[in-house]
Structure formats: C-alpha cells, structure tokens
Design a protein around this ligand. Structure first.
Ligand code: NAP
Length: 308
C-alpha cells in the first residue's frame, strides 16, 4: 500500500512510498483511510523519528475489518479514529476503543480535524468548568486547537477572548462565538477564570498576570519554542490561581477516547461545532503544506484526502 513516510535526510521531510500492509492485533480494527489531518506537534515528530517511519494520528475512513475480539465499530462503518502513529497510509490498524462512528452528515474531512485537536480543545476547556458566564482567554485561537476551543467554550456559556497573531487571523472567530478578538495577548483587558495557553515564552508570562484569583492557566503547548520566566509575584493579582499542564494522550483513561470523539462528532452533526478545514488537499501536497503550517500560513486544520 501507499503511505507517507518520514525522510529526515531527503529534500522534503516526508514522501509517498510503498510500504507493507498493517497487521491488526486482536483489539484493532483495520481502517481504509479516506482523510487525515496534520498537527503542529507532528512537525517535530518528523525530526525525532527515523527514516521510513509512518506518521499520522488523526484519521477518518471506513472499517474494512472489525476487531477480532468483536469490540468497536463493525465492517463498513464510517469512523474517525485516533492512532499513535502510522495513520498517513491507505490502511491503518487502530485500537477499537479509539474510534467513533460518523453519521452521513459528517464528512471525512470534518471528522479528520477532531482526534488530537478536538480532544485537546474539549479537555482543556473542561478545566474551566463550570463555564457559564466565565471569562476565558484562548491563545493561538486561529490554530487547529484554538479554533475548536473558542467554539466549545462559547457553547458552554463562556465569554471568550480569542488571541491571534495578526488581524486577518481573527476572521470568522466572532461568528463562531468569540466575544472579542485581540491581536497579541498583551491587548487583553481584565482577568480571566480560564486561560488556554499554547504559545509559551512571553505569552505564558502575560497569561499568569491575567488569571483571576483561583482561576486556572492550562499550558498545553510551546509553539514559539521560547522558555518562560515566571515568578511568585506574577500571581499577586490572581492569588491561589493554578498552572495546569495538559497532555492529551494521558489526560483521561483510554476508554474515554471513543465517547469524547463521539461527543465532538455529534456537535458537528448538530451544527454546534464548525471545523475549519480550508481547501481540499491531496496527500501528495503534505510536504509543502507542512512548511506552510510551520510558518503560520495555515488557519484551522490542514486536512488531506487519501488517493490511490
Ligand atoms: N499538550 C497536548 O496534548 C497538545 C495537543 C495538541 C497540540 N498541542 C500543542 O499546542 C499548540 C497548538 O497546536 P495546534 O495544532 O493548534 O497548532 P497550530 O494549528 O499551528 O496553531 C498554533 C497557533 O498558535 C499561534 N502562535 C502564536 N505564537 C506562535 C509562534 N511563536 N509560533 C507558532 N505559532 C504561534 C499561531 O497564531 P497565528 O495563526 O495567529 O499566527 C497559530 O494559530 C502547538 O504547540 C502544539 O504542539 C499540544
């Protein structure tokens, strides 16, 4: 079968190649992949893995063969799934408890935005519960996670301030529920009960100065790559606030992946969540799109169609 493989020493970071078929374990379903998405974190994994490795965590497609132990969706089901790796391929073996079925109204492209970014948005937003009437600040709001987090927090009753890097990146965020959009975190006014912070560096230092007493700053990324200086004094205005780290993969029990994915799918089906997928792209374009994502030229999620 064809797959995108890691080529750290090549002219492009990844390329399409023939690879052996996956061999499902007893608890794995075999999925024919129709679409997948690219995460900023996966850009780093190109550099950290050996040549020939197949990346890919977010996939959607059709179950070709149900798990041998009888668990999970049956053959023929349309599904979205979270894999550890190997997802950017024509076929992938996925643990049956890490997938949710898709109604006909949810496209493969929309579903492919959900596993890493959707689970991260959903579970970081939950750190602020209850959200009704709470002020929430979201950095990287135009990105894959941020775009979904803005909508989930607003749907939960929060008053959301979305932080973007440039004015044009804020386009559409108010229509999706943001109460206000600011360019740069230093433009945010007042204090916030929940802050989702993924830029790192000076942005995180500023976030600590904006959290309200007993509020929480969820740190889940460091897109800038810059370290952060913090001091006890930064909490003076937001006393007893909490700094919470977040790693999506260990943020809940394994058996919670499927219900959380199903919740996100149902929100799309109900038109309560709008994934931003951009133009339809072939998986043959992944190397150039990866460069665009690195350089902050992609809004929302980059989604790719798998073609033979
Ligand atoms: N802990 C976890 O489990 C987990 C899970 C998913 C993602 N993450 C991390 O969370 C971050 C966001 O992920 P994502 O998939 O939403 O990424 P993304 O789609 O690339 O979005 C990142 C956003 O951050 C903004 N940003 C601000 N400062 C930046 C800088 N110096 N360099 C690059 N971007 C900057 C960009 O703003 P503009 O568009 O306005 O330029 C962009 O919209 C990444 O660092 C990712 O690795 C962590």
């Amino acid at each position: 079968m064809l797959a995108v493989v890691n080529t750290p020493n090549g002219s492009a970071p990844v390329e399409l190649r023939q690879v052996p078929e996956p061999v499902p374990g007893p608890h794995d379903a075999l999925v024919e992949v129709q679409a997948f998405s690219l995460n900023r974190g996966e850009l780093r994994s190109f550099r950290n893995n050996e040549a020939g490795w197949i990346p890919g965590q977010d996939v959607s497609g059709v179950v070709l063969q149900a798990a041998a132990d009888g668990s999970g969706p049956q053959a023929g089901s349309r599904v979205v799934a979270l894999t550890d790796e190997f997802g950017w391929a024509e076929r992938v073996a996925v643990p049956a408890h890490r997938m949710a079925t898709l109604p006909g109204s949810v496209s493969f492209a929309a579903a492919a935005t959900l596993p890493v970014a959707g689970l991260t948005a959903l579970r970081t937003v939950r750190h602020g519960a209850p959200l009704l009437g709470k002020r929430v600040l979201i950095t990287g709001a135009a990105g894959g996670v941020g775009h979904l987090a803005v909508q989930l927090a607003a749907r939960s009753g929060a008053r959301v301030t979305a932080v973007v890097g440039r004015p044009e990146r804020g386009s559409g965020l108010q229509e999706l529920g943001a109460a206000e959009v600011v360019v740069g975190i230093e433009q945010a006014q007042g204090r916030f009960g929940l802050i989702l912070e993924s830029a790192g560096g000076a942005s995180l230092t500023t976030a600590l100065r904006l959290v309200e007493a007993k509020g929480v700053v969820v740190v889940y990324g460091n897109s800038s790559g810059e370290p952060t200086t913090i001091s006890f004094a930064d909490f003076r205005g937001g006393q007893n606030a909490r700094l919470q780290s977040f790693f999506y993969f260990t943020s809940g029990p394994e058996e919670q992946f499927a219900p959380d994915l199903a919740l996100l799918v149902s929100l799309i089906a109900d038109r309560a969540l709008t994934p931003q997928t951009g133009p339809e792209r072939s998986w043959r374009e992944i190397a150039s799109v990866a460069g665009d994502l690195r350089e902050r030229r992609i809004g929302g999620k980059a989604v790719f169609r798998v073609e033979s």
